[in-house]
Design a protein. Structure first.
Length: 94
């Protein structure tokens, strides 16, 4: 009987330990919408992204890739990305 009680207590401790470990995990961050990402990058709030705003603080290879991507996304060649150009480029990727 004592042995059964010890096993029961041990099982409860293990289950509670697992439950508390699961509760302690940080919640996943909700993904930002493309509109939210665009607004965050649009530092001067002119509703378009310049190359500098799009590239941000990237350096080296990442800066080169971002610059090339900007050129591909800028469909009208005005050196800015509209929200529509920005969204279209990311929808094709997904």
């Amino acid at each position: 009987m004592v042995r059964l009680m010890r096993w029961t207590v041990a099982l409860v401790v293990v289950v509670l330990g697992i439950a508390s470990a699961e509760a302690a995990k940080p919640a996943a961050k909700p993904k930002k919408s493309l509109e939210q990402r665009f607004s965050q990058l649009d530092k001067d709030n002119d509703n378009k992204l310049s190359l500098d705003e799009f590239v941000g603080k990237r350096a080296d290879e990442k800066k080169e890739k971002a610059t090339k991507r900007f050129g591909k996304l800028d469909k009208d060649g005005d050196k800015y990305l509209s929200l529509e150009e920005f969204k279209a480029g990311f929808k094709k990727k997904n």
